[in-house]
Design a protein around this ligand. Structure first.
Ligand code: AMP
Length: 184
């Protein structure tokens, strides 16, 4: 069973690469951002709690996300393995995941990109997807939140010997080639 965690700044290409790899290896694609956007669109209790937080570019509270993931990874489509795309995003989330998985094997893939790459990709996405949290100001806030709250996970996983870093620069195909080598 393959358990992968994709780590990287917003716009680093995690989501695109996760979709490709999940399709090829028949893994479940677990994107907390997509799950939360679905909850907002459906108007569920969770959706009502998180909508305005997401629109501001902040992170939703750890306990809500940890509960969401704990339920999700129990589903039958996760039996062959899964990719966590956008989770964990804070040290407490990573600790909670560690407690959930115990000694189970996990590989963390860091997509390394420059700020120029990230800005160019986010500008593209802004015109293509029309996401409420993809305006200029909110994107800047999301990057700031990433640096402050999520980037510490790089050393968290490095210290535990779980981190594999690949360059996220170049075309989708180029990055995918590197990813496949890294997780083979
Ligand atoms: P994403 O599509 O992964 O960029 O996520 C969109 C938004 O959903 C983020 O800006 C957060 O507000 C929220 N979100 C997604 N995943 C998490 C997480 N693991 N922890 C906290 N908030 C999250």
């Amino acid at each position: 069973m393959q358990r992968l965690i994709f780590l990287g700044a917003p716009g680093a290409g995690k989501g695109t690469q996760a979709k490709l790899l999940c399709e090829e290896l028949e893994l479940a694609h677990i994107s907390t951002g997509e799950m939360l956007r679905a909850a907002v669109a459906e108007g569920t209790e969770l959706g009502k709690k998180v909508g305005s937080i997401m629109e501001s570019g902040q992170l939703v509270p750890d306990d809500l996300i940890v509960e969401l993931i704990a339920e999700r990874i129990k589903k039958p489509d996760c039996e062959k393995g899964y990719i966590l795309d956008g989770f964990p995003r804070t040290v407490p989330q990573a600790e909670a995941l560690g407690a959930m998985l115990g000694s189970a094997e996990v590989t963390v893939v860091l997509f390394e990109v420059t700020m120029e790459d990230v800005e160019a990709r986010l500008a593209n996405r802004r015109s293509a997807e029309n996401r409420a949290d993809d305006s200029d100001d909110v994107q800047r806030e999301r990057l700031r939140v990433y640096q402050k709250q999520t980037a510490p996970l790089i050393s968290f996983y490095e210290e535990r010997g779980l981190l594999t870093t690949i360059s996220g620069a170049g075309s989708i195909e180029e990055v995918y080639g590197r990813l496949k080598q890294a997780v083979a």
